[in-house]
Design a protein around this ligand. Structure first.
Ligand SMILES: [Fe+2]
Ligand SMILES: [Fe+2]
Length: 333
């Protein structure tokens, strides 16, 4: 598919609901009926399929939306109210699992710890580097597509909430993510190229229906951080954690793809992230996080919350994918 035909106008239909919360929203969006926002969300598993899909769909109204759904529903107050309940349940659970953040915590120390990685781990990228099959790589691509096809968009919401050096440096990183002025170099498009080279469906959200909660929650967390001014410190911490952990993880995936002689477009996406994110990491450390906590020291704990929240949902992604492989669960429909 050429870039010209790969239009943002291509939107997929609403996904199938996975329980009472997601059907509450998806049925209303599909029929054009109002959503009654007072619905109890507290009995749902905050990391479960039903709540995570409902939240993903609610957030997607701010991105590409869905085929057949009126774009005006982005600002439907009842949907926003329902989404608020979903995100409160999700955020409370993330805070609970992350645990208390010490009052004297240091974002610098936290970022340094992210950089000290074991040579040999047992996470997905280590396994794919050493023994990964092409089908396992294709599972990873399909599950990451709910993020990489809108990579950098969730963080972009944070830009108007930043000032001066932190803003300028944050935008410099996002400029690269958005292709540095070139449409075909937008990282979202590089990932669509990767999907096509891997003979997968490159349409926006094509794998939403098969993506379990563990693949949705990392994206929901970044949308939540980005869309709330009150969580701008967490959004910055999240981007810092993303950029700091990206070069070594991307290098392992690249090594695995080279080992199995995978198509060049697949290697290119990760090679780009080994190189670009090494620079992004330094910008994030000094000019974004450093400048932000220098100007607004009260945000330091939020920055650390963003980093630890990132690690929490990324660990769930890793466990979920490896569990699916062990159980022989198909992830690509
Ligand atoms: Fe990127
Ligand atoms: Fe980056």
């Amino acid at each position: 598919m050429s870039l010209a035909t790969r239009s943002t106008a291509i939107r997929l239909a609403l996904p199938a609901p996975r329980g009472p919360l997601s059907s509450h929203l998806i049925d209303a969006l599909g029929s054009g009926a109002p959503v009654e926002h007072r619905r109890d969300v507290t009995s749902a598993d905050p990391f479960g399929d039903d709540l995570q899909l409902a939240l993903y769909v609610a957030y997607e109204l701010h991105y590409a939306g869905f085929d057949g759904v009126d774009d005006d529903r982005e600002w439907d107050p009842d949907i926003l109210g329902f989404r608020r309940d979903l995100e409160r349940a999700f955020l409370d659970a993330v805070r609970r699992e992350v645990g208390d953040i010490e009052t004297d915590v240091s974002a610098t120390v936290e970022m340094d710890e992210l950089s000290t990685e074991p040579v040999d781990g047992d996470g997905v990228s280590f396994r794919l580097r050493d023994t990964g099959t092409w089908d396992q790589f294709r599972d990873l691509f399909a599950m990451r597509s709910v993020y990489h096809l809108k990579e950098a968009d969730p963080h972009a919401w944070a830009i108007p909430r930043l000032r001066r050096t932190a803003k300028a440096a944050f935008v410099a990183v996002e400029f690269d993510e958005f292709g540095g002025g070139r449409g075909d170099a937008v990282h979202q498009e590089l990932f669509a190229d990767l999907l096509e080279a891997a003979d997968l469906d490159a349409r926006h959200l094509a794998y939403l229906d098969t993506a379990p909660a563990w693949a949705l929650s990392p994206v929901n967390l970044m949308s939540c951080f980005g869309l709330h001014r009150a969580l701008r410190g967490a959004a910055v911490g999240h981007l810092a954690a993303t950029e700091i952990t990206s070069p070594p993880g991307s290098a392992r995936l690249l090594a695995g793809l080279e080992r199995i002689d995978a198509p060049e477009a697949c290697r290119h996406f990760y090679r780009e992230h080994v190189e670009a994110d090494a620079v992004h990491e330094q910008i994030l450390r000094t000019d974004v996080v450093g400048a932000l906590v220098g100007a607004e020291p009260e945000l330091e704990r939020d920055v650390v919350f963003g980093i630890r929240g990132f690690l929490l949902v990324e660990d769930k992604f890793d466990d979920g994918l490896q569990s699916a492989w062990r159980a022989g669960v198909g992830l690509r429909g």
